[in-house]
Design a protein around this ligand. Structure first.
Ligand code: SAM
Length: 242
């Protein structure tokens, strides 16, 4: 998977790219991340990439030309892969979206990170990117959103997580889409809280059953929207075929 990220603040990515699983995935050539400071495409003496909004109002708007020129240069004449613009107005990123992106392993994704008041509409009109959001809140820039998306995807790419770690039972994941239940490690008792006996029983079927129950219970308590939809019970007077 190759990611190209357009950003005015490439330094934000330094720690992210140099630590933990992503660093290892990059070393093992499972993932590439290329950063592009689109200020280099400003094309003016002051390297300015933003301007005051037409019609008045607060803040500065990112100009179309530097971003469009940068995207066209890095994608070349025959663009492949996906072009994603980060915006709070986009579709909200989720586990299904991450799984879909992880399946396009040899693919290429270009992210455009906004700043200030966001983009001149012509960035979207000309480039026709997919628009994705991290959630219904406003960040200062798209960088954190790009990092979150990259991280949610690379952990699904075979070989990135170690043998001892796995994503299959994680909350929202393919298979059940529910919240994961509680987990425990040593010691058996901590400040009066004991590990449930079933987890110490060695009975794998009972453990799997307990985990499933806890997962359902937690989802019921916290995220009913994730539960499979069931038809409401029929009232006694209702006849089939009505
Ligand atoms: N004025 C814009 C609006 O109301 O939609 C918000 C601009 S925001 C301060 C600056 C940039 O941060 C955006 O252009 C976008 O790239 C990024 N951003 C902010 N919130 C985001 C979110 N929830 N998801 C993805 N990107 C976000």
């Amino acid at each position: 998977m190759r990611y190209d990220v357009l950003t005015l603040f490439p330094g934000i990515f330094a720690g992210f790219l140099g630590e933990s699983l992503l660093d290892k995935a990059i070393q093992r050539e499972l993932v590439q991340v290329h950063l592009h400071d689109f200020r280099k495409w400003a094309g003016n003496k002051h390297q300015s990439v933003d301007d005051r909004p037409y019609g008045g109002g607060q803040g500065m708007v990112l100009s179309a030309a530097p971003i469009v020129d940068c995207v066209e240069e890095i994608r070349g004449d025959s663009p492949v892969g996906r072009l994603i613009l980060l915006t709070p107005q986009g579709r909200v990123w989720d586990q299904v979206a991450a799984e879909e992106m992880a399946r396009q392993q040899d693919g290429r994704v270009v992210f455009i990170c906004g700043r200030y008041e966001g983009f001149d509409q012509r960035v979207i009109d000309v480039l026709q990117p997919e628009e994705w959001s991290l959630g219904d809140y406003v960040l200062n820039g798209g960088e954190v959103a790009a990092m979150a998306i990259i991280e949610s995807v690379i952990r699904l790419i075979p070989g990135v997580l170690g043998d001892s770690e796995s994503s299959v039972d994680d909350s929202f994941s393919e298979g059940n889409r529910l919240l994961e239940g509680p987990q425990y490690t040593r010691p058996r008792e901590y400040r009066g809280y004991r590990v449930p006996d079933v987890l110490l029983s060695g009975d794998h079927q009972a453990i799997a059953r307990w985990r499933r129950e806890k997962s359902l219970q937690r989802t019921q308590e916290r995220r009913q929207d994730l539960l499979p939809k069931t038809d409401p019970p029929r009232s006694s007077g209702e006849e089939i075929g009505e």
